[in-house]
Design a protein around this ligand. Sequence first.
Ligand code: HEM
Length: 555
Amino acid sequence: PWVTSTFGKTAYLQNSFLDKAPTWAIILVGFFGVQLLAVVVNVLRQLILPRDPNLPPEVFHVLPIIGSAIQYGDDPINFFFKCREKYGDVFTFVLLGRKITVALGPKGSDMILGGKPNVVSAEEAYTHLTTPVFGKKVVYDCPNDSLMQQKKFVKFGLNTENFRVYMGMIEEETYQFISTDSAFVDTFNAPDRAWGSFNAVKSFAELTILTASRTLQGSEVRSKLDKTFAQRYNDLDGGFKPINFLFPSLPLPSYRRRDKAQQAMSRFYQDIIQRRRQRALGASDDNEDVEVEHDILAALDQQKYRDGRSLSDEEMAHIMIALLMAGQHTSSATSAWTLLHIADNVAVQQGLYEEQVKHFGLPGGKGFKPMEYEDLKDLPLLDAVIRETLRIHPPIHSIFRKVLQDLPVPQSLAAPSESGAFVIPKGHFVLASPSVAGMDPNIWQNPTEWDPYRWVSGGSGAGAAFKDEISGEKVDYGFGMISKGTESPYQPFGAGRHRCIGESFAYVQLGSIIATVIRNLEMRLPAGRGVPPQNYHTMIVMPKSPCDIEFRRRA
Ligand code: HEM
């Protein structure tokens, strides 16, 4: 219409599509025409235009902006292995307008996870996702040096004395759960030992939050795990999805619910802190002893930053939310995967049961002694099933950093020519993948096979050797001495300054849960089903549905 009113109807326009078609059809054709042109230009740019030889190779993609989002989102590991075959250990792909440079292999992980925080930044990569959920002034909403101190404060609470107390608590919660939860109760108590079934993901998410709140989060949180808490938790969790990583703020109800839940959760923890202070004051007036708490709030309350400042109530509350979120999906996914593999592998299941009987069995088959924290190191198969599950199913498949200064790639990792070097430009993101490391056929024998015995000395694979490598070079980034591990092919807990501080707790929690389940239940997968494939559409790699496990109470 604009053309006609401006220039008049020429002979060409008369009888043409523009003349006859309704306006909406012209707009639609125009819109798709522009898209098509963008696609053509994008493809030609990659095929014809010369590339800067110092940039890492770029993964060929048809759709501009979207790039390789579909292949990466559907199956990142398959995508990375295919790209590695074609481009080598270092390559860049486009993910919804962002340039992501992947660096694989031990040297690739070392470059990213061992990088200096002023060159590769976790804060810049994650803050838009985490700060609305955790809250302000903690983790990635503060300078890296403050995060290192906050990790030290939390580690203060993750000590042997507390772990000793936690073991009994977790065993008790687990036994209560499998004998009273609606998914278990009928079968567990049935006299005929018939088989029942539970959903591995759903049941073990519930048990994870019950055990974490009883231990790390503290008695007040455990006693308040009601519908309101669950709703707040779900709303917060709803803001911790891949969409939130890709689009920091959108006018969607889930974003608004997340923000409301964050405020409510922050108030909830701050109220607990206030009540504890009042109780302590009251007790000191009455000369009464206050019960010693073994949780992380109690540890945080005793800590000070290097400049002498105590943590504010808000900071403590937000650290507690961060820990709740950091430990929940990671541990619950790991327990679900571990049990699915154990249910699928009768020999390993029997081996685990015998290990329990050997160490804790009471005479005459009259049950078991409780498992103590110190016992964990003497149970090689229990340790190995967790380790092996984390090798194949590290909950976090991609670790990101934002590049703050042009980052030269070591020539030993990848280079355009003998004399040149790749440079990853400032503004790119870099990505290390614990999943690729754990499945690398150059390192692991039969990498796709779940074989816990590879971790037991004299076992079949490389695992036993890497256990030693993990305990190699030690570094203190500000939260105590840890294994650097940046070149290790086994990185389910990350490596370097951002390495997980929850690893020891995770082993306590998972070890105690699995041992209690094994002592009480026989498990198997439904006939004709194997261990489900991985679902990469969630932030944490979960088993795809259906993921039921059949069980019956042990004789
Ligand atoms: C960091 C995995 C449990 C707290 C990390 C990282 C990974 C990870 C891969 C590194 C992230 C990065 O470099 O960007 C796991 C796995 C777990 C687990 C596999 C269980 C099986 C926990 C638990 C807690 C926790 C139970 C809390 C008690 C943290 C914290 C960080 C972290 C505070 C540090 C973040 C940083 O420095 O940037 N975890 N985690 N994690 N995790 Fe865990």
